[in-house]
Design a protein around this ligand. Sequence first.
Ligand code: NA7
Length: 578
Amino acid sequence: MPTEVVAPSSTNAPVRRERYDAIIVGAGITGLYQLHRLRQLNLSVRLLEAGDGVGGTWYWNRYPGARFDSESYTYGYMFSKELQEEWSWSEAFAGQPEVERYLNFVADRLQLRGDIELGTRVAAAHFDEDSNSWSVETEHGRTLTATYFITAVGILSAPFTPPIPEIEGFDGECFHTGLWPDKHVDFVGKRVAVVGTGSSGVQIVPTIAEEAASLTVFQRTPNWCTPLSNHPISPEQARVIRKHYREIHRICMATPTGFKHTMRPESALSVPPEVREAYFEQIYGEPGMTMIFKNFCDISTDQSANDLVTDFLARKIKQRVHDPRVADMLIPKDHGYGFKRPPQENGYYEAFNRDNVELVSLFDEPIERFVPEGIQTATRTIALDMIILATGFDAVTGTILRMDIRGTGGRRLKDQWADGPHTYLGIFAERFPNLFIIGGPQSSLGNNPRLTEVQVDWVAHCLSLMKARGDNRIEATSEAVDEWFEHVQEGASKVLNKDAKAWAYGSNIPGKKRAFLLYANGLPTYASFLSEVEKDGYRGLSLSWHPGKETLDDDASLPASISRSGGPNIVTAAHGAA
Ligand code: NA7
């Protein structure tokens, strides 16, 4: 795996390599781990990160109230005993500042910073057939090359600003929750509006309600929100968690979504109403995603079972919100429970009992435009000092496709995925050799760090094997991509949310083709798929060696014991293929 020194320094500064074995994009939880694993293989790696700090999602989403909805100790890294022993989470669901501190701690502890370049957004990556390498261009016009190009950009990282007329015309402060500034934002005494009531809106509303002079919440679609029930982790609890990390990991890896919760095995319809009601009450009060992932096993597959949950949750909203008209506005009418990722809240419903908080339904009173003094709706002008856009993300494919990625023959990934993503294993795209997509479309599921650790390990193992064999090119076959597509669709067809207007289908973005973007067959199925592919000699993938202009000289230096596969590509059958 050659590297090339192209920028010898005339000073004593370290020489900068501009050619690498691998370039990783994104210094979030996935990218940091991928960097660590590839460095263990002695590959030369550069990680490029758009932000000025590490953390990814937890760097950008620093709005007040941002926090985990996965248990802290199930979201963090689980590959290292040292990291687990040296870090203590202070809360069951850590807030953004603590998560960002954690990821900085990891970057320091694993000594990753020397290979990370911050403030460097990747604009384009083009595969060059002749050199068998990726040419990666930053938005500042610098070009780096690498044999392997690895995206670890997260699924909720391309903030979406809705096409509201004259959105630039507001004279006050305006922030997107996904691009929150790294400074104190003061709400005290201000007239504030929040547009959007997904997880971000639901998290930020209670804080602003307490501090602002007035808060107007613009809601298009209400969500089924349940209490997060966060709590501090005592030193004794931390000790128990540390002791049981292995067991916690095993449990998470055995659940479909990577959370620690397991579904109750009976149907919601099979138990007496009073038993069901008591159980709903219990899991409503328990911390975290229990209402969705500890519920009866058929709530996502049987409409009648789902109706029982929504009936319970609607009653809860009516109990918690004093004004029946506002309570009714907050009850979803267009989707069942779990059809969209349900926000976890901390005093969200109670915020609407305050005199300084108003809920505006965009169906009754649409926003016409932003004006210098605030927001003009169909019926009035609302004067504001600050507008917060909690309007979500071009999810899963957004950040990948905002880069101009081109494969063989100059083919653009954006064109190839115009009708939705097509991958093999969620990792490979046909005709994009040596591109690895980690934590992206057709693989992502609930508690994503548990998924991406599997992918990162698998990719690291694959590259180590390629290195040992002398291969330097890997590409998915067309049959394998088609079969993965069928496998992903089959999983999606089993759940009730097929018609939901959710980011998981891309339907929150005007003009985005509707396609299922995630993976619904479950983490254990995914993980066993990956290991079977490996055991079957990387079936569905073509591994080969390409000389490439820049690697010819290097060939002679290879130890004789390492054989080049050379010659015809090794193509093995995809899952289920002949
Ligand atoms: P979400 O969940 O996509 O929520 C975005 C919100 O913004 C949602 O309420 C949208 O309403 C609303 N929205 C979007 N476009 C508009 C326009 N044009 N006008 C008014 N309102 C609009 O993003 P979040 O950041 O809250 O959460 C993302 C994920 O982060 C979440 O699922 C968790 O996994 C963590 P809509 O529902 O589309 O009618």
